[in-house]
Design a protein around this ligand. Sequence first.
Ligand code: APR
Ligand code: ZN
Ligand code: ZN
Length: 370
Amino acid sequence: MQQVKAVVARTKGAPVEVTTINVPDPGPGEAVVAIQACGVCHTDLHYREGGINDEFPFLLGHEAAGIVEAVGPDVTGVAPGDFVVLNWRAVCGECRACKRGDVHLCFNTHNATQKMTLAEGDDAGTELSPALGIGAFAEKTLVAAGQCTKVDPSARPAAVGLLGCGVMAGIGAAINTGGATRGRSVAVIGCGGVGVAAVAGAALSGASPIIAVDIDPKKLEAAKKLGATHTVDSSQVDPVEAIRDIVSQTYEGAEGADIVVEAVGRPETWKRAFYARDLAGTVVLVGVPTPDMTSPEMPMIDFFSRGGALKSSWYGDCLPSRDFPMLVDLYQQGRLDLDAFVTEEIGIGDVEAAFERMHHGDVLRSVVVL
Ligand code: APR
Ligand code: ZN
Ligand code: ZN
């Protein structure tokens, strides 16, 4: 067991605090990772607002890269010294999804068995709930060994750690879930960190045109840098018409884009995504709706008559062992600009301020560097 500094959300809605936690030595199937960098994601804020569940206190942070410090007795996949990106999809290999070959859909992903605990205050000894089973706003964290994915050790931790969640979700929404490829058009509605990652994924896939839609011109600039061929400010124009016009310049008669990624997570933007889609096209919902939202009221005949697919994308339908090393290599080759997602590097004490900036839409990602 060792004691390290970490960012904890102790009670619902209260500002997060830097405190000391106990990190157990790794048991069977576990690893302790010394964190080098961890991005600040909306999900961390949702945890601290009590929007995910009530299992306070939470150890926040989950978009991280670091060095494996120690592994449990039976662990063979990773070893001390390995540079890894942490994932929240450690597959079991034994559930129905894994057995039928859909490993990326594993129904029984796992986390560390032992619990990290608070080391300071009246509630010292209380078990922590690590965000997404990771908890990486910490000098060190305990995870399942399968949550550690080895990647090129010369890559910048602050950039590649972001593959651990939001950036992977966006890239995977376009490529893995949406099937973006050459000869297809892609539109992305909502260009925050997840949406611009979907734009970057579409660009990697060779799709064209790639249309970025947002109500914030700053976000559209970022989308252009990551490969959008066209941008649409949907606070000014109807995005459904704009997408149809742009795609039909390339593909005559097209009624919309082949793949429309919704990266906001709201009924009205999902509805636009639906109608901005060409016949037999695919809508991918990667934005996360809140539990109170209901699907938009629409004529059922519209679902039937347009054909195609309405999908949702969890973590970009990624398989970390396949996707992380490949995307890190593309980054190292200069073909995927992960640095563009790192708006700022901050210290472990700056997470609350980063939540505030995220709220105002000023950043793609603030990254805590340790
Ligand atoms: N039309 C178009 N874009 C919109 C609209 C709208 N009506 N409303 C909001 N947006 C844009 C915002 O301007 C912002 O750029 O959607 C983007 C949302 O991005 P972020 O808030 O930065 O969120 P991000 O990290 O990209 O995550 C997107 O996925 O992980 C979930 O909880 C997260 O639901 C959120 C979504
Ligand atoms: Zn499984
Ligand atoms: Zn996240």
